[in-house]
Design a protein around this ligand. Structure first.
Ligand code: SAH
Length: 280
């Protein structure tokens, strides 16, 4: 199962990243629209605000050696390298993304301080205790083994270092298990966005406790980010985007046609935007 899902993820991002960058820019993650999701702002500004709000929330004020797990085309990696005058390494399953991130680093004059590799987060090619900040923004949902993924993030973290993980979750299930209809809704999302499955935030916290990560904090920012999907939906059906979609192929088109799945997922409280941070 895993080999197939890795291959699907690779193909999904190889095919769609050029279009995403053309229409939406270098950040392939939600934007932040204020605690209650009521602030109106430009989409890219909202995406950068999400990074800044995450740093604020986690209390990270400096970093020397950053790992961006599931780095896309290096949006966060280069932003953080620049902000902290740090060294940044990004890993992705997509060779197209790694090449584009490397090119973007050169364009930004950050080539000497950054490195992008095609590598699997479930078995990272790094020594133990290598990074003082491990950053994973919207990649955990793609991982077939969530425990193994978090163990790897923990292993490569230096003692005292910080893990910041932000990922798509489903609602907590301690009070009420997922209904058949909710499960069907999730299956549709998994299929379109190449996700093996997602779990709830309390389940991630339980894994974090076993690592054992210290000073664990978690938060649900669904309300703050949910407006993002309206913005994406509005911009996905412009002529420029439609031409790009046709060029990118069927999987990407399917992704665009299914944007409403995520919007409805947030509306019914099924999809949650989960944050977790802690120290080694
Ligand atoms: N964090 C980036 C990109 C998010 S898109 C941003 O915010 O802009 C999800 C990313 O996770 C993609 O780059 C994809 O290649 C990566 N990814 C998914 N599964 C992975 C795995 N097993 N190992 C490494 N990267 C993975």
């Amino acid at each position: 199962m895993s080999v197939t899902i890795y291959q699907q993820i690779k193909e999904f991002y190889d095919a769609s990243s050029g279009l995403w960058e053309e229409i939406w820019g270098e950040h392939m993650h939600h934007g932040y629209y204020g605690v209650y999701g009521t602030e109106r702002k430009n989409r890219r500004e909202a995406q950068i605000d999400l990074i800044e709000e995450l740093l604020n929330w986690s209390g990270v004020q400096e970093a020397e050696n950053i790992l961006d797990v599931g780095c896309g085309i290096g949006g966060s990696s280069l932003y953080l390298a620049e902000k902290f005058h740090a060294q940044a390494t990004g890993i992705t399953l997509s060779p197209v993304q790694a090449a584009r991130a490397t090119e973007r680093a050169k364009e930004a004059g950050l080539a000497a301080r950054s490195k992008f590799l095609v590598a699997n987060a479930q078995a990272m090619p790094f020594e133990d205790n290598s990074f003082d900040l491990v950053w994973s923004l919207e990649s955990g949902e793609h991982m077939p083994d969530k425990t193994r993924f978090m163990q790897e993030c923990y292993r490569v973290l230096k003692p005292g270092g910080t893990l910041i993980m932000v990922t798509w979750c489903h609602r907590p299930i301690d009070k009420k298990p997922l209904t058949a209809d909710e499960q069907k809704h999730l299956q549709d999302i998994y299929q379109v966005y190449c996700l093996p499955y997602v779990i709830s935030l309390p389940e991630y916290e339980a894994i974090a406790r076993q690592l054992p990560l210290n000073n664990i904090r978690s938060a649900d920012w669904s309300q703050a980010v949910a407006p993002f999907w309206n913005v994406v939906i509005d911009s996905a059906f412009t002529p420029q985007a439609i031409i790009g979609l046709l060029r990118a192929g069927w999987t990407t088109i399917q992704g665009a046609l299914s944007l409403g799945l995520m919007r409805r997922g947030y509306e019914r409280g099924l999809i949650r935007f989960g944050l977790l941070c802690g120290n080694k």
